[in-house]
Design a protein around this ligand. Structure first.
Ligand code: SF4
Ligand code: SF4
Ligand code: SF4
Length: 321
């Protein structure tokens, strides 16, 4: 027996409502928390060692073929004020009161680097509908593939650190963000920002080693002298310097489910412009919500039924018979 138009509309609207009324109050289980990969690569940035020289910014531009970002009128050189499609790594300044004491929240100042955190469970990857952003299964580096990108910019909305930028001035725009210098890693090298940092404020390495190094620094006694590796966490090149106080917090260890970029500072991270995030990732919340809504295709069916009903009512001026 065939289904006529009236029966179909009634079934769609009625079926959707019936399913909606039978929606189970039991939520779908939250998707499993993603944990750090054993060979994850990342960067430890220590604001107390940073002198704001911006060598990391210059190296980042050079080795990633990024153009200068001329932000002030008649500027003669690269002077970005924030991350942009031309700048994927920036050193910013926090200043308070007299701004005289380094690494002090009150009447002091601190530098802070901003670039992609290479999240353990990245929201940008979760939000991208076409897998233009992917997480490397070995290194955990979050890659961007321009050939897959459709320019929807969901990644920009999803990222809690506001990292992905869009090339608004290009005919065929792409998303731009730090990719941990993956082209250099593929050649056996490492992140340019760490290679050119003269103080050891930015060091590259296995994230487990970087976490141990961060914890070691937090255990040092302020005022004593200690050695700090240059460029890479396993480097034999070290600098000796007097230990300054740290906040007892490794930013990125747990924030948003954790990151492969870790940070140390003595000024609260929210004052440095870093978001306060819960220890679970946004991606896991969002995917649990999608899976709950789409469980058994209930919500799409309800929406479809509702749409048929509204169209029928608007086009005929009648309620469904
Ligand atoms: S910081 Fe943003 S862009 Fe980078 S991996 Fe995390 S969610 Fe993606
Ligand atoms: S890892 Fe490479 S792309 Fe990322 S901030 Fe450092 S130099 Fe720039
Ligand atoms: S190169 Fe090192 S010391 Fe200089 S601004 Fe960058 S992180 Fe700081």
């Amino acid at each position: 027996m065939g289904l006529n138009r009236r029966d179909f509309l009634k079934a769609a609207a009625g079926g959707g409502l019936a399913l909606a009324s039978n929606l189970s109050p039991a939520p779908v289980l939250a998707r499993a928390t993603v944990t750090r990969l054993p060979d994850a690569l990342g960067i430890l940035y220590d604001a107390t060692l940073c002198i704001g020289c911006k060598a990391c910014m210059a190296a980042c531009k050079k080795f990633n073929n990024l153009p200068p970002d001329l932000c002030t009128p008649n500027s003669l050189w690269d002077d970005p004020v924030d991350l942009s499609a031309k700048t994927v790594n920036i050193v910013k300044l926090y200043k308070n009161g007299t701004g005289l004491a380094k690494d002090q929240e009150i009447n002091g100042y601190s530098f802070v680097r901003r670039f992609c955190m290479h999240c353990v469970d990245p929201s940008c990857v979760s939000a991208c509908p076409v897998s233009a952003l992917t997480k490397d299964p070995k290194t955990g580096v979050v890659h961007y593939n321009k050939d897959n990108c459709i320019g929807c910019r969901y990644c920009q909305v999803a990222c809690p650190y506001l990292i992905p930028k869009f090339q608004w001035d290009q005919a065929f725009p792409q998303i731009v963000k730090c990719q941990l210098c993956d082209h250099r890693i593929a050649q056996g090298s490492y992140s340019a920002c760490c290679e050119f940092c003269p103080t050891g404020a930015s060091i590259f390495g296995n994230v487990q080693d970087l976490r141990k190094e961060a914890r070691r620094r937090l255990s040092l006694k302020p005022g004593t002298f200690a050695e700090y590796p240059l460029q890479r966490v396993d480097s034999h090149h070290k600098v000796s310097r007097q230990v300054t106080p740290y906040l007892n917090h490794v930013y990125g260890e747990t924030e948003g489910g954790g990151a492969q970029v870790l940070m140390l500072a003595n000024v609260p991270f929210n004052k440095l412009g870093l978001p306060q995030l819960p220890p679970t990732s946004q991606a896991s919340h969002a995917e649990t919500l999608y899976h709950t809504l789409y469980k058994g295709m209930i919500v799409p069916y309800v929406v479809l039924g509702g749409l048929f009903y509204i169209i029928y009512k608007n086009t005929t001026g009648h309620e469904l018979p």
